[in-house]
Design a protein around this ligand. Structure first.
Ligand code: PBE
Length: 296
């Protein structure tokens, strides 16, 4: 008898449990639940990744969230498939980038300022370059363009399937007047070797391809090495490389800049109006990083 009561009791409990589970499933999942409390990040060495890690500390509501660090390619793939299914996704994103032309996206507001505000892209050189390669130094110092210009180069690589080198050549051909501003009054050189260091993202592949082509036309023998942002700063600070047009400042690469600023020359911005942060499809009805619901 006792045994049978026990079995019946267990069955009732089981039934209650199953009913409760069923009800739970019917309840709307929160955005955080749908995201599995995950932010889709990019390469571990990117400046955007360090700032996203800091954001997870800065925002109380993000305690319990995970930053998935992989690659830009993995991030844009995840973004594309989430958008296909109209599912929520939060990525570490930036502009200029083609994802904003292809999809309807928005930056989440960042009331804690984890990602800084407006970003610029700067030109840096090693100490002594001005004296040793004044022609290259002048061109690097004069190099200044707009996000529109940069986007045109990136578009040529996509729409016309050109390499960055080919796209840079074509863009220069279409913008000779602007390029002439950078080289005006600068003397030609005869095969002087110069080493440019850059990072592997499309924005920097575009700017670096353009500056490499301009320096080549001036008579330089140019090598271009894409590396992690930390290595880029270290290379210029230790004279292993001559210059870079790739640092994103003041926030994205700010920590590296602080570390190496006494051992590099900062020629100021070559492009204004970049931005990084947390990016979501516009169909998500949150506006701020602070709107993400806390992990349960
Ligand atoms: N980015 C693109 C890079 C710099 C350029 C924003 C992904 C970074 O985070 O380091």
């Amino acid at each position: 008898m006792i045994k049978r009561n026990y079995v019946v009791g267990m069955l009732i409990l089981l039934l209650l449990f199953i009913t409760a589970c069923g009800e739970d499933e019917q309840q709307e999942q929160t955005v955080g639940e749908k995201l599995d409390y995950t932010i889709t990040g990019i390469e571990p060495g990117a400046g955007a990744t360090s700032l996203a890690r800091e954001a997870l500390e800065d925002y109380d509501n993000l305690a319990g969230y995970t930053l998935e660090e992989a690659s830009t390619a993995a991030m844009v793939t995840a973004l594309g498939s989430a958008i296909d299914k109209e599912e929520p996704i939060v990525v570490t994103g930036w502009t200029p980038h083609w994802k904003f032309a292809k999809y309807d996206l928005k930056f989440l507001e960042d009331p804690e300022g984890s990602f800084g505000g407006a970003e610029n892209i700067n030109t840096i050189t090693r100490l002594g370059l001005e004296e040793e390669m004044p022609e290259a130094y002048s061109i690097l110092d004069n190099f200044m363009w707009t996000t529109d210009d940069m986007e045109q180069v990136m578009l040529l690589t996509q729409d016309e399937n050109l390499s960055f080198e080919e796209a840079a050549k074509q863009w220069i051909g279409e913008n000779e007047a602007l390029v002439a501003n950078w080289t005006d009054g600068v003397e030609e050189v005869d095969g002087t070797k110069i080493e440019i260091v850059s990072t592997p993202w499309d924005t920097e592949r575009a700017s670096t391809a353009v500056i490499v082509e301009v320096l080549t036309r001036q008579g330089y023998e140019v090598t271009d090495t894409p590396v992690d942002p930390s290595v880029m700063f270290q290379a210029v600070a230790s004279n292993d490389a001559d210059a870079s047009v790739a640092p994103w400042l003041p926030a994205t690469h700010g920590a590296f800049y602080e570390q190496y600023k006494d051992d590099i020359v900062d020629l100021g911005e070559n492009l204004q109006g970049a931005k990084i942060g947390m990016v979501v499809p516009t169909y998500m009805d949150i506006d701020s990083i602070a709107d993400l619901d806390t992990a349960k």
